[in-house]
Design a protein around this ligand. Structure first.
Ligand SMILES: CC(C)(COP(=O)(O)OP(=O)(O)OC[C@H]1O[C@@H](n2cnc3c(N)ncnc32)[C@H](O)[C@@H]1OP(=O)(O)O)[C@@H](O)C(=O)NCCC(=O)NCCS
Length: 181
């Protein structure tokens, strides 16, 4: 009698996208957030942030957020923060209470694996529920990946601030992008 060989074939996508857990940050996340922001600032080319706040400054900021403001963090299987998205008010003026500003930061090793979209999926519903009717971001003009990311989630370019950022002697414009919710 012939032996029957049975094999189970698992279909694994070629581009594996590990699912990161998204949750609101608390003041206890200050160190993890500073670590991500410090790494992005250290790359020098993506953000106008040239150095991260201290952990104490970040903790104070997190504690200062109003119920309409939030930082979402993406955490890996070891509960380490690998990315974050900040939503806060564009201005304290009541006339602009409907406008939020967004910032998104993902560690280099985690980029283009869907983390930014996962963060968006948490933050945009929060923004709508919190009464924002539009979101605005400022993106360095040299940061094509971030512009592509924001365009992909519905932002459109609406202005440019010339020579707005100088880091290590290098000038960069900043693009303004907006999304009506
Ligand atoms: C911009 C950023 C937040 C995007 O997050 P992410 O987790 O990489 O984004 P996602 O994987 O969810 O989405 C990827 C999409 O964004 C766009 N994108 C991201 N990186 C890109 C790149 N290097 N080139 C072209 N498009 C890119 C594409 O539309 C891409 O979709 P695709 O992979 O199907 O082509 C992340 O790259 C980052 O943190 N960069 C450094 C910090 C920064 O620039 N922050 C923005 C400051 S305003």
């Amino acid at each position: 009698m012939k032996a029957t060989v049975c094999c189970i074939v698992a279909v694994v996508p070629l581009t594996s996208r590990p699912w990161r857990r998204i949750r609101p940050a608390s003041a206890d996340d200050a160190a993890g957030i500073v670590s991500v922001l410090g790494a992005v600032a250290g790359e020098r080319v993506h953000s106008a942030i040239d150095r991260a706040w201290t952990i104490d400054q970040e903790r104070r900021y997190l504690k200062s957020l109003s119920p309409r403001e939030i930082v979402h963090v993406a955490v890996d299987e070891r509960s380490e923060i690998v990315g974050l998205q900040i939503l806060d008010r564009w201005s304290t003026l009541e006339s602009m209470a409907h406008v939020g500003q967004l910032g998104t930061f993902v560690l280099a090793a985690e980029r283009r694996r869907g983390v930014g979209h996962q963060l968006r999926n948490a933050t945009l519903p929060f923004a709508r529920q919190a009464g924002y009717r539009k979101l605005v971001i400022q993106v360095r003009s040299g940061n094509a990946p971030a512009q592509a990311f924001y365009q992909g989630i519905g932002f459109r370019e609406c202005g440019r601030l010339g020579r707005q950022v100088v880091i290590d002697g290098q000038e960069d414009d900043e693009l303004l992008m907006e999304l009506f919710l």
